[in-house]
Design a protein around this ligand. Structure first.
Ligand SMILES: Cc1cc2nc3c(=O)[nH]c(=O)nc-3n(C[C@H](O)[C@H](O)[C@H](O)COP(=O)(O)OP(=O)(O)OC[C@H]3O[C@@H](n4cnc5c(N)ncnc54)[C@H](O)[C@@H]3O)c2cc1C
Length: 450
């Protein structure tokens, strides 16, 4: 008997998962609630709708991690990349598309596939049996969101959130910053040196507050509430409440001694906390912000020690439903408490169209192997797909887990490559070479003999 794979959500992830599974011979039903139930951001009833920009970002598969993800998806016969190629617009090194034509083409290809059918109903509860991929995205409907929250615990499902920026560790100036936990807290030396601290003098603090207040901020999208959760006020909102508020909040200088100038008491200190197991990424603690991206980079680079910071992700505020995947999902992206439910896309804690589609590709192939009883070798950690999956299902710190774009900070380091700009180019090329070789091996291992 043919087994059916049910996919909830026909966005980036659901569409790619459906294609992968159908191409491997599975019967697939896509449950997509639009257009009968709408979200505030989607405008049509089409599959794989792009809700905001029309870009899949850099297409450079040698020097850019998202370009590498494109490459891996193309090699795996992905529908998102195939249709993007057909509807590509000139955009320099970026892969931008005609959004209407793109989502129409994905919809047509999926609906023409003999193994795929579509149901327009909203799924409001977690199914008890069968094979399911839940790919309902950041705007998961309220009823399903509540059902997921009931299963996972409300703390595990973040509704509407603020995100703090994430910095590449190797771009922090450690001649200015130093490692120390407040009051040297911690049992081990590693814990006592867990934070990166960036000191500010009074004039530096005053200039920072002025720039923060003057910076351009993003407006809330229609339909979103402007209410903030306690404890995650954007820094500019704190600054508006009083010039000293930040100095008594996330920028408080107490319990810290500048290792480079022990006699100078900093007026304020910005702390960064490790964001991944590799120690290559650090998030700026308590620095959730809705400053526009251009303004944000300028203002944050005023922080001594971050003057040359490269950002793996900038801060932002928008409604976002996502799981605390490091605690809730296994390495096959299945819910530990209900393993017949697999999750994919932005709801798993990745961010962006490409990353979401890539997680759909992975989940689709995992479901195929499970349902057809075929072995599926673990996706190699040194590929872009593998680095992301490793991050969301275990590599990331569960306590500060926030949606993540793919970036080279998630990759295991390679030995023997020099630092500096030239070194970085060589390193990224070496990462992408390693990833491509591993990806080819992984794909070949799934080929079914004729
Ligand atoms: C306002 C906004 C702007 C964004 N802008 C960008 C951007 O410019 N670039 C970028 O890369 N990323 C952007 N993102 C992130 C973007 O949503 C994701 O990158 C991507 O679309 C996520 O893919 P997905 O498949 O996980 O979810 P989606 O593409 O959102 O697909 C989820 C689908 O599930 C359906 N669904 C939800 N609940 C149910 C239910 N209970 N039953 C049935 N169907 C359901 C929805 O209708 C939707 O079609 C933005 C997100 C938001 C919210």
């Amino acid at each position: 008997m043919t087994q059916t794979l049910h996919i909830v959500g026909g966005g980036m992830a659901g569409s790619e998962a459906a294609w992968q599974a159908a191409q491997a011979g599975l019967k697939v039903v896509i449950h997509e609630m639009r257009p009968s139930v709408e979200t505030f951001a989607h405008r049509t009833g089409k599959l794989a709708e792009m809700v905001c920009s029309n870009s899949f970002r850099s297409d450079d598969d040698e020097q850019n991690a998202v370009g590498l993800l494109h490459w891996e998806m193309r090699r795996a016969g992905g529908i998102v990349m195939a249709m993007a190629a057909q509807h590509r617009l000139p955009a320099g090194g970026a892969l931008a598309v005609d959004r209407e034509a793109f989502s129409q083409a994905v919809t047509d290809a999926l609906m023409a596939h003999p193994n795929i059918s579509r149901s327009d109903a909203e799924i409001t509860a977690l199914p008890d049996s069968g094979h399911w991929i839940i790919a309902t995205g950041p705007l998961t409907s309220d009823a399903l969101g509540q059902a997921i929250a009931a299963e996972t615990g409300t703390d595990a499902l973040a509704f509407f959130d603020a995100i703090a920026p994430i910095v590449h560790a190797d771009s922090i100036d450690m001649d200015t910053a130093w490692l120390q936990s407040r009051y040297d807290k911690g049992e081990t030396e590693e814990e006592q040196r867990a934070y990166v601290n960036c000191p500010m003098t009074k004039p530096e603090y005053e200039a920072f507050i002025d720039a923060l207040l003057a910076a351009e901020k993003a407006e809330f999208h229609e339909g979103e509430t402007a209410g903030y959760f306690d404890g995650c006020l954007p820094i500019e909102v704190m600054a508006e409440r009083g010039r000293e508020t930040l100095r008594h909040g996330p920028m408080k200088p107490i319990g810290l001694t500048n290792a480079h100038k022990p006699d100078d008491k900093p007026y304020a200190v910005v702390q960064l906390r490790r964001d991944n197991a590799l120690g290559t990424l650090f998030n700026i603690v308590g620095f959730q912000t809705k400053m526009k991206y251009g303004a944000q980079t300028e203002v944050l680079r005023m922080i001594p020690g971050l003057q040359n910071a490269r950002f793996a992700r900038l801060g932002g505020i928008h409604r976002n439903t996502f799981l605390n995947s490091p605690t809730l999902l296994d390495n096959q992206m299945r819910l530990r408490s209900k393993p017949h439910l697999r999750f994919a896309g932005q709801i798993t804690g990745v961010e962006g169209y490409v990353e979401s589609a890539a997680m759909g590709l992975a989940a689709g192939r995992m479901a195929v192997a499970e349902i057809l009883g075929r072995p599926l070798p673990v996706i190699p950690q040194d590929t872009a797909h593998g680095a992301l999956i490793h991050h969301i299902t275990g590599g990331a710190e569960a306590k500060s887990f926030q949606p993540m774009n793919v970036n080279f900070g998630l990759f295991r380091p390679l030995e023997g490559i020099k630092g500096g700009r030239r070194g970085r180019k060589d390193r990224y090329k070496a990462y992408t070479d390693r990833a491509k070789a591993d990806w080819e091996t992984w794909l070949a291992a799934q080929e079914v003999p004729a």
